[in-house]
Design a binder for this molecule. Structure first.
Ligand SMILES: Nc1ncnc2c1ncn2[C@@H]1O[C@H](COP(=O)(O)OP(=O)(O)OP(=O)(O)O)[C@@H](O)[C@H]1O
Length: 264
């Protein structure tokens, strides 16, 4: 198998006296769909924050190898915009769109980290800049179509239904041209029909863009049906990883979810 595109090794994160992540290991391979699950407060969002530059891990390594060819780079402590430029894009548990911009403008902002025009190009509006602007609009529109939002192209993000805003966040993340797409509770607030459609969309994104996808999700039906592998966090510790069938049959996972007495 090729080198993992993401290799997280022995990562811990402390908040004062609280150890939110404790010696966590996780890998994602090329084109894998990997889920991170665990009870509330287990440390899932803290994990995403540690690997996307919002937090610096207290210890451990976050390594990426976008092409999976052994060219590994350590990204601990890099700023979120740098992590995005390096090819890791994410969505948030609490949607973070630009509410008073249109759907198209929100996606166009995502393309920004891949455009080349300088400030001088923007002022002089030379031919290369105008061509690049046209390409950005075209590509952003195509991404809106792909996530099923073509009819909302000129709608302000704030006026869009909640489930559509979640899709818009995915389109904006894709606009950064990632090798790894990180989705934090993409199905939150969606009804069963919307969740099924979202699942199709996520699997379709993997096929179309040949990228890896990692998601935090509480909807077990969705997680079990679409993931290649699943990791389980409990009280900041990784208690299991495996295929959906292995995870469903793992006694420690069942215990964590049923909230039985916790062994140390
Ligand atoms: N900035 C912070 N300062 C202090 N404690 C924090 C901070 N962020 C998270 N924590 C704590 O770290 C632990 C893990 O929280 P986290 O939000 O990562 O869990 P989660 O698994 O994403 O939960 P949920 O499923 O409810 O979203 C919790 O005890 C939380 O209170």
């Amino acid at each position: 198998m090729s080198n993992p595109v993401l290799n997280v090794s022995a990562v811990s994160k402390d908040f004062g006296g609280i150890r939110a992540l404790d010696d966590v290991d996780l890998v994602v391979h090329d084109k894998e769909i990997v889920a991170l699950i665990g009870p509330n407060g287990a440390g899932k969002t803290t994990f995403f924050n540690c690997i996307t530059g919002i937090y610096t891990p207290t210890s451990g390594d976050v390594l990426i190898d976008p092409k999976g060819q052994g060219t590994t780079r350590r990204i601990n402590g890099k700023k979120p915009n740098v992590v995005t430029e390096l090819g890791m894009a994410r969505t948030f548990q609490n949607i973070r769109l630009f509410p008073s911009m249109t759907a198209l403008e929100n996606v166009m902002i995502g393309t920004h980290c891949r455009t080349k025009s300088s400030i001088w190009g923007a002022i002089s509006r030379n031919r290369a800049t105008r061509r690049e602007e046209r390409d950005v609009v075209q590509r952003s529109y195509e991404l809106l179509e792909l996530v099923g939002l073509a009819e909302f192209v000129n709608e302000l993000a704030t006026n869009m239904p909640y489930g559509k805003q979640r899709r818009l966040e995915i389109a904006r993340a894709l606009a950064t041209d990632p090798f790894l797409l990180l989705l934090d509770e993409p199905a939150a607030g969606m009804n069963p029909q919307e969740t099924r459609e979202l699942e199709d969309l996520i699997v379709g994104i993997r096929e179309r863009f040949n990228i890896s996808i990692m998601l935090i999700e509480h909807d077990m039906k969705m997680v079990m049906s679409m993931s290649d592998r699943i990791y389980v966090l409990d009280y900041g510790r990784m208690i299991a990883d495996g295929t959906p069938a292995e995870i469903a049959a793992n006694p420690e996972v069942i215990k964590a979810y049923l909230g039985e007495e916790h062994d140390d």
